[in-house]
Design a protein around this ligand. Sequence first.
Ligand SMILES: Cc1cc2nc3c(=O)[nH]c(=O)nc-3n(C[C@H](O)[C@H](O)[C@H](O)COP(=O)(O)O)c2cc1C
Length: 213
Amino acid sequence: MQLYDAIARRRDVRAEFDGGPVPDEVLMRVLGAAHAAPSVGHSQPWDFVLVESAETRAAFQRHVAAERDVFAGQLAGERAATFARIKVEGILESSLGVVVTYDASHGGPAVLGRHAIADAGLYSTCLAIQNLWLAATAEGLGVGWVSFYREEFLRELLGIPDGVRPVAWLCLGTVERLQATPDLERFGWRRKRPLGEAVHRERYRYGSATSVD
Ligand SMILES: Cc1cc2nc3c(=O)[nH]c(=O)nc-3n(C[C@H](O)[C@H](O)[C@H](O)COP(=O)(O)O)c2cc1C
């Protein structure tokens, strides 16, 4: 698959996982793509915890369901009704969970390029996630990012040391298909922002739009 195809086809997957096996060599290719991401000071501050255990996944799924309720409780009217139709995870249906963590001590003590922007380490971890996501798409797999959790809970569940931040639980696995349109658009939660609204020429201006579409 060409890069732009993979970018266009990539979807956040929730309902389309079919729980098939992911061969180890495919998984390692996908993780290898993640590990090839750029990182501040070449620190490669990420780690990947592969979670297959049904018990661990069930415990995480229960926690996520409770956090979903917390968010739902903050909504009213049309927002509440729309959100009620949206699935926010495929933890049990996916083939496995990949928990991506950020450890600021990797590549230290003096991380070149991070002295002024501490978040540059987190940015690097997110780039690893995006590489993983695109590589999985190119392999015909689906990925769903789950962020309905408290970091302390996931740290405790997986024995992640203090000071290491869980950044994402990624549901990874074989899929029946990838949707053409993001779920949040399909279910009426939020529409895509046109590119022209995000592009500013020369200076940042609120509400400015360019001719880019
Ligand atoms: C940081 C981050 C956190 C996300 N958390 C969730 C989540 O908890 N549950 C979920 O269903 N999707 C989650 N998503 C997926 C977004 O909803 C999705 O990327 C967006 O709606 C656009 O859809 P697309 O990825 O299919 O293009 C997350 C995405 C990102 C980047």
